[in-house]
Design a protein around this ligand. Structure first.
Ligand SMILES: [Zn+2]
Length: 350
């Protein structure tokens, strides 16, 4: 993939910043060919255990990657250069300076756009690799859907001895985000992806029923909706309406990244329905930090906007606590009123 395909529309616009385009572009071009990362050696030589784990994780059973003459999967190239959780890749002064220059000119945001690898020589267990990285190119000024900026491509060269084994190009866009004119309105909540397999579920939600799929052959309930039964392979199915009772089976609290349609922090629960299937939804009616595994919840339908209805899960304990509090408050009010009445009666009798 190239950056041209990653960015669907590139249109020339007038410069938004003080720098004159060509002069600034010339200052950026100076960095082409300069070192982007200090040369280093791979943490481990190319080795069979890492190859085996990779192949298992990828489900790659190619016989070339095992046995006495094994080679490493070429796509593992970057794995041999990674420094691990505790490691740190040291950028060079030149790279930091280039990014700093872009920051100062207002191109403060960054997004990784694509990476390309080239494989020149197979890597085998025992190979000791070294690598370094150069700033290969800085593009002309481009305007993308994200904003105007410059594509910066770095190229990592991976070597065994003096042999170049492969290259890894990594491209970022340093850009000035497009400013939204006028008032920033909260965008609507994203729509669910409705397809042939799950259309019935969403039709049910629109009419405020939560439908669970049920295999006609073996009676197994399932969610999410699927065209076939994982238990018996049967393709015929019907639905049963969920009672709406459930408990929190697991949950996450979303703090970051912020999505414009949502107000973090909020809890997203994996709800185990009384019927046994699980589904994901917001947990409401309780502070996000009071959600816990096992919390009883009850189904509710939330009107997000004019077109969108979503099933959400209201915490029941909080509900009960609230009902008790309300009952106590009502009782206190009655007692106070009772006392006032008796004073009035006494006052009237005096
Ligand atoms: Zn079945």
């Amino acid at each position: 993939m190239s950056h041209e395909s990653a960015v669907s529309h590139e249109v020339e616009t007038g410069g938004e910043f003080a720098e004159t385009g060509s002069e600034f572009a010339a200052r950026l071009k100076v960095y082409e060919g300069r070192s982007a990362a200090v040369a280093r050696a791979g943490k481990d030589p190319v080795n069979a255990p890492m190859i085996r784990h990779w192949c298992e994780a990828m489900g790659d059973t190619n016989p070339a990657y095992s046995g006495p003459d094994a080679i490493a999967p070429p796509t593992m190239l970057q794995a041999w250069t990674m420094s691990g959780l505790s490691g740190r890749t040291r950028g060079t002064h030149a790279y930091d300076e280039l990014l700093g220059l872009l920051d100062e000119a207002g191109y403060t945001s960054v997004v990784a756009t694509d990476c390309e690898q080239e494989y020149l020589r197979p890597l085998r267990p025992g190979d000791e690799i070294t690598f370094d990285s150069v700033i290969e190119s800085v593009s002309e000024k481009k305007t993308t859907k994200l904003g105007t900026g410059y594509f910066v491509t770095t190229r990592m060269d991976v070597r065994v001895g003096t042999d170049l084994a492969g290259t890894h190009r990594f491209r970022i866009l340093k850009y000035a985000p497009i400013r939204q004119p006028g008032r920033r309105e909260k965008p609507p909540r994203p729509r669910p992806v409705v397809n042939r397999d799950n259309a019935g579920f969403w039709e049910g939600v629109r009419s405020r029923t939560l439908l669970i799929q049920r295999c006609t052959g073996c009676g197994t309930l399932r969610h999410p909706w699927l065209p076939g039964c994982n238990t018996c392979g049967g393709l015929d199915w019907g639905t049963v309406e969920a009672s709406g009772e459930g408990t929190v089976y697991s949950y996450v609290v979303m703090h970051h990244p912020p999505f414009p349609a949502f107000d973090p922090p909020y809890a997203v629960g994996l709800i185990e329905l009384a019927e046994g299937v699980r589904m994901i939804g917001n947990v409401v009616g309780v502070p996000y930090d009071k959600v816990r595994i096992g919390l009883p919840v009850r189904l509710e339908f939330q009107d997000c906007d004019e077109e969108l209805v979503l099933p959400v899960w209201r915490a029941q304990e909080a509900q009960e606590v609230q009902e008790i509090q309300e009952a106590q408050e009502a009782q206190e009010v009655q007692e106070i009123q009772g006392i006032q009445r008796s004073r009035e009666i006494k006052g009237a009798g005096a």
